[in-house]
Every structure is written in C-alpha cells, then in structure tokens.
Design a protein around this ligand. Structure first.
Ligand code: ADP
Ligand code: GLC
Length: 481
C-alpha cells in the first residue's frame, strides 16, 4: 500500500503547531505498521537549510512556475520525503503561512494551489517519480484542492482528508480561483465556493473519499452549529464518510526519563526529581523559586481558539491565592500585549515568554504542577498528552480531544484511581477559576495528587495505536467500503 502523506509542515523540519507533530510522527508509525509511506511538503527556506545538498529528481513547469522535487528522508526515520521546491513561492524570510509581522502571505492561494497541482502531477506520473500512489492522505486546507483536482482525472488514487482544525479554511477571493485556472464548474456552493469565496477546505470536505478528524468528540462537534464554522451542514451530509482518530504522543521525543531539555530527568518512581525542573522553570521565567507554590504552565499558539483571554480575566479573581503561572506562546499581537501588561502588574506570580522555543516548551511541561488548556475548541490537542506523560496534571475545558484524553477528577474516578486531570464545562473565566481552585485542593492532598500523577504517566496515547487505526481506514477506503 503506497501512501502519499501531504502536509504543509512536518517536525523537525518545519512546525507551527500540532499538525507539524502529526506529519513528523505519524508517517514513521505507519511505515512500521506495514505501509509504504512518502511525505510531501513545500520547500520553505527553513526546510531546505535542514536538508542541504540533495539533487533534484525532476523539474516541472506549471502555471508559470518552475518546480523541482528533492528526495530526502524524514529525519530520524526511514520514511521517504519529497520536498516541493519553488523559490518564488516558498523561499522567503518568515513563517510557512505568514510573514514575521503575523500577516498572511498575500499569495497563499497561489502557493498552496500550485503545491496541490504538483501533488496531482506526481500521482499521475507527469512528474516522473515512478511511484504508483494508492492513496493520498491530505491534511488541512493547504492540501484541500488535491481531492478536488484528483476527481477530474480518469485514473486517480483514493483520498483521505484529515481535518486538524476546521477554523482555518483557506478562503480567498474569486480572483484567486481564476488565477489558478480552476475549472469553472467547481465555482458552485456544491464544490469550492463558500459564500462567494474560494474555499480550499471545501475541496477536501466535498471531494475526499473519506474525511477524518483528530478525535472522536471533535468529529461529532463539527457537525453542530456551535463548532461547525458554517460547514456543519456539509459535514452532516458527509457524516457516513466522517470519523475521528485520536493523535498520539511521540514516546521518544516526549519522555521525562530521557528528555535532554530538562534540568533533571525522572520517571514514575523518581517523581521527586520533577521538582528540580520546577525550580529551573521558575528561574527561567524569573518567578520566585519555591517548590511548594503550585505552578501552572501554558505552551500554546496565542489565538482566540486557545482561550488565553480567559486566563487573563481569571487573574484578578485569584488575587488572594498562592500560585504561579508560566506562559510560553506567540501569535496574536493584541493578546501578546495583554499578556505583557498582566506580567508587569503581577511580577511574582504571572510570567510570560513570548517566543517559540522547543526546549522551553519541554521544560514548561515538565516543571509545572499543572498544565492549563482553556481552549474554546480543541480538535485533539497534543500538549495535554505530553503533560500527562510528564505527570503534569492537565486542567482543561471539556471539548473535543481534551474531553477524550483527560480523565476528570470526579469522585468516582478519584476513588478508582483513574483520574488524571481536571475538566470544566462552561467556557467562562469563572468556571476556569473554579477548576483552578479545585486543582489547588487536589494539589494540597499529597497522596491524591501523587495518585493522579501516576495515573497520568500510565496513559498510553502512542502513535502506533493511531497508525493501526489509520491503516484500517486506508484499507477500508481502498476496498471501496
Ligand atoms: P495546535 O496544533 O492547535 O497549536 P497542539 O496542542 O495540537 O495545538 O500542538 C501544539 C504543538 O506546538 C505542541 O507540540 C507544542 O509543544 C508546540 N508549541 C506551541 N507553542 C509553542 C511555543 N511557543 N514554543 C514551542 N512549542 C510550541
Ligand atoms: C490542530 C488542532 C490541535 C491538534 C493539531 C494536530 O492544530 O488545533 O487540537 O492537536 O491540529 O492534529
């Protein structure tokens, strides 16, 4: 079974969030499960710097651009990697989707439109890589045109479209539809048009043979008005083709017993050493160094989705409570400003680092007592999975993947020694405050806290489990069921 796994980022070559983790860790797990997998990503400057010295396999001309395909390996794996190089579209200073100021690249439709056309050309062997593709596994809007364009071919591989985040839809004006010379019959609300705009995401949702998302609960939620981002009707229409598969956590990169980013490694039996990381985290964030003060951390993209504003609103309500916050994130400039102001006002308890830093992310997850995720919606969430592995108790809004992966500290779950986190239901700062207060009570009861930490560290959300489910889904699709 030849699977072409297409994504706009893949760790450790390029990553802005969880999609990068998935594209970096799932394909090697699929390969271990018996699939022959090749990953395709765009050749951003950052990617090319990490895989220098490779000769292009084949050159292709499309829409006035000249494209080279470079073959390499996904680092730390035997998975084949094809990098789609087009200097005019992908080689520039800045992120994969935005410039350094956080503005979307104005030519994103062209960038990912051409990328999609190149993938189609690979599957048709117009670019002669001589690798017959059985199934193209597409991820998020950047790959959404692929299933739509493949439907125009007489002989095409099967397609799976994974939704990592329905809120990002790749919406562009009609002008881009015309610039990409897409067939006029696709300009209808039954195809790529969404309220008079071109929707890349709809290409995946309408035309892929099967659709999945990254947790069973999110697969249900997106079929409702509240979480459907205007696409719930379409998703209900396709509900037979839609399922949910939970992401995994990479057990090598995220392992407290071997993690080189930590001040001290530890495991279930040496949990006291976790406190060394707490002191290191407090030092890094310039918080008072004290093992006894409960420390909550956050590692996130700063967007509306992640509910960071709720934490800011909660701070005044927690004024007389002894606790500390360490927040690592980048993103929305207004949120960054609000975080800076809050940190200035509450120096000894609220500290921030507005940066994207892999090593700090590991320390923030290992060193904290609890990990906050007040997300408004969360398709899966990986950081709560990492926190569980590190015995750091996740405190989460009960939505999507958070609901599916965190076992709430209810009386029953505590009695059964299954509880490994705290869930709260209402999307308000008040509910968040109550959840934090409940967490503090649990923290004060040392035997209970320890038992929750142990339960957390025993959880198994690994990529091999997810890979088995994807393999079963691929087989179903290929057998036409
Ligand atoms: P999302 O994909 O919505 O951003 P996830 O929880 O699925 O959320 O994945 C986020 C990934 O990005 C995790 O691997 C997390 O460690 C990483 N990450 C997010 N923000 C930062 C940051 N500021 N520095 C380092 N890593 C970060
Ligand atoms: C998205 C989601 C996140 C998920 C990640 C990987 O960015 O926001 O919940 O874990 O993709 O699937």
């Amino acid at each position: 079974m030849n699977i072409l796994f297409v994504a706009s980022e893949a760790h450790p070559l390029i990553k802005t969030g969880g999609l990068g983790d998935v594209a970096g860790y799932l394909p090697p797990a699929l390969s271990k499960s018996g699939a022959s997998v090749c990953v395709a990503i765009p050749g951003y400057t950052e990617v090319l710097e990490k895989i220098p010295g490779f000769k292009p396999l084949d050159r292709y001309h499309i829409d006035g651009f000249s494209v080279d395909i470079i073959e390499s390996r996904l680092p730390n794996s035997d998975v084949k990697l094809w990098v789609v190089c087009c200097p005019q579209l992908f080689e520039r200073e800045g992120g994969p989707y935005q410039d350094d100021e956080g503005r979307d690249w104005p030519d994103n439709a062209l960038r990912f439109g051409v990328f999609a056309k190149v993938i189609v050309a690979i599957t048709q062997n117009w670019i002669e890589l001589d690798w017959p593709v059985d199934l193209v596994h597409c991820n998020d809007w950047q790959t959404g045109l692929i299933p739509a364009l493949l439907k125009l071919q007489t002989k095409a591989p099967a397609t799976l479209f994974t939704i990592h985040n329905l809120a990002y839809q790749g919406l562009f004006p009609y002008h881009d539809f015309a610039r990409l010379q897409l067939p006029p019959h696709l300009w209808t609300h039954h195809a790529l048009e969404f309220h008079e705009q071109l929707s890349f995401l709809k290409g995946g949702l309408v035309f892929a043979d099967r659709i999945n998302t990254v947790s069973p609960s999110y697969a249900e939620e997106i079929q409702t008005r509240e979480f459907g981002c205007g696409l719930d009707g379409l998703l209900r229409y396709r509900s037979e083709a839609l399922s949910g598969i939970l992401n995994g956590a990479d057990t090598q990169q995220w392992n407290p017993a071997t993690d080189a980013y930590l001040a001290s490694t530890y495991n279930k039996s040496t949990l006291t050493k976790k406190a060394i990381n707490k002191l290191a985290l407090q030092a890094l964030f310039e918080l008072p160094q004290d093992k006894t003060i409960p420390l909550f951390s956050v590692v996130t993209r700063l967007t509306q989705q992640k509910g960071i504003d709720l934490i800011l609103d909660a701070i005044p309500m927690l004024q007389n409570t002894s606790l500390q916050f360490a927040i690592l994130g980048t993103g929305d400039k207004r949120l960054e400003l609000r975080l800076r102001n809050c940190a200035r006002k509450h120096r000894d308890r609220f500290a921030i680092k507005l940066a994207y830093n892999e090593s700090w992310a590991h320390l923030a997850i290992a060193g904290a007592d609890a990990f906050l995720m007040p997300s408004r919606f969360e398709p899966c969430g990986l950081t709560q999975l990492y926190s569980l592995r590190y015995g750091t108790i996740p405190v989460v809004h009960a939505v999507g993947g958070l609901m599916d992966t965190v076992i709430d500290a209810s009386a029953d779950n505590l009695a059964a020694k299954k509880a490994n986190g705290v869930q709260y239901k209402k999307d308000t700062a008040k509910s968040l405050v109550r959840a934090i207060q409940q967490t503090l009570k649990l923290y004060d009861d040392k035997p209970v806290w320890k038992s929750m930490q142990r339960a957390a560290m025993q959880q198994d959300f690994s990529w091999p489990t997810a890979a088995e489910q994807y393999m079963a889904l691929y087989k179903q699709i290929l057998s036409g069921n």
